[in-house]
Design a protein. Structure first.
Length: 211
C-alpha cells in the first residue's frame, strides 16, 4: 500500500537526439555540421539559448502502475500530452489496491482511520454492485487513494516543463516521486536533452541548470 510505483518507458522516438539536431540545424541551414557526436553540444546550446521548440519533434511514452488517482488527476492537467487511463466505468474495482500517504502511514491513529474508511468504501462499492448498480455509478464512492494504471505520452519539451514544475520541493510528494523516476529514465535515454537537471535523490527533487 505504500509501495513505490512502477514506471516503465515503453516507447520513444527513434534516434531522438539526432532528429532534434536535424530540426534545429534546419533553422540555421547548418546541416553540413552534423557529425556522429555533434547532437549533444548542439542541443545543449539550443536549450541554454531558449530554442526549445525543436524538442517537440521527439516524444516518450511511459506506463505508470501503482500510483493513485490523486496523482493521475494532477498529471492529466498537463494539456500538451496524451493519456490512456484505467477506467473505473468499465473495470470492476472491488479488489482495488490503494496508496497511503507517508504522513498518514507514520501516524498510527491516522493510519487506522484511513484504512477503516478505505474498507468502508470497498464494502459500500461491493454492496452497490451486488444490488445491480452499474460500475459507472458505484464508482462514485471510491476514494482518490485507489491505485490506477495510466499510459502517458509527451514530447521532450513538455517533459522538461513537467519536470521543472513537479520536481520542486513544494510539489506534491507522489507526483514528485513519479516524475523523479521518469527523469532518471530520460537522463539515460536522452542525456543531451535532460542531462542539465541536477537531481537530489534523497528528496526526489531536481532543477535545471538552465532555468
Amino acid at each position: 500500500m505504500t509501495k513505490t510505483p512502477k514506471i516503465s518507458l515503453i516507447a520513444t522516438t527513434l534516434n531522438a537526439e539526432k532528429l532534434i539536431e536535424e530540426a534545429g540545424r534546419t533553422c540555421y541551414m547548418s546541416q553540413y555540421k552534423i557529425t556522429l557526436k555533434s547532437s549533444i553540444s548542439f542541443i545543449q546550446r539550443c536549450i541554454k539559448s531558449g530554442h526549445h521548440s525543436i524538442l517537440e519533434h521527439a516524444s516518450a511514452t511511459f506506463k505508470i502502475i501503482g500510483a493513485s488517482r490523486a496523482f493521475t488527476h494532477q498529471l492529466v492537467r498537463h494539456r500538451l500530452a496524451s493519456f490512456s487511463q484505467q477506467s473505473q466505468r468499465y473495470v470492476n474495482e472491488t479488489d482495488f489496491n490503494y496508496i497511503i500517504p507517508p504522513e498518514i502511514f507514520n501516524d498510527k491513529e491516522a493510519c487506522r482511520k484511513f484504512k477503516d474508511f478505505i474498507e468502508l468504501s470497498r464494502k459500500t462499492y461491493q454492496e452497490l454492485r451486488d444490488k445491480g448498480i452499474k460500475k459507472e455509478d458505484a464508482r462514485y464512492v471510491l476514494p482518490n487513494a485507489l491505485e490506477s494504471q495510466i499510459i502517458f505520452t509527451a514530447n521532450f519539451r513538455e517533459l522538461r516543463h513537467i519536470f521543472s514544475i513537479r520536481l520542486k520541493k513544494n510539489a506534491q510528494w507522489e507526483i514528485r516521486r513519479v516524475c523523479f523516476k521518469m527523469l532518471e529514465i530520460m537522463q539515460r535515454e536522452a542525456p543531451a536533452v535532460f542531462g542539465d537537471f541536477d537531481i537530489d535523490t534523497e528528496n526526489c527533487t531536481a532543477r535545471s541548470n538552465n532555468e
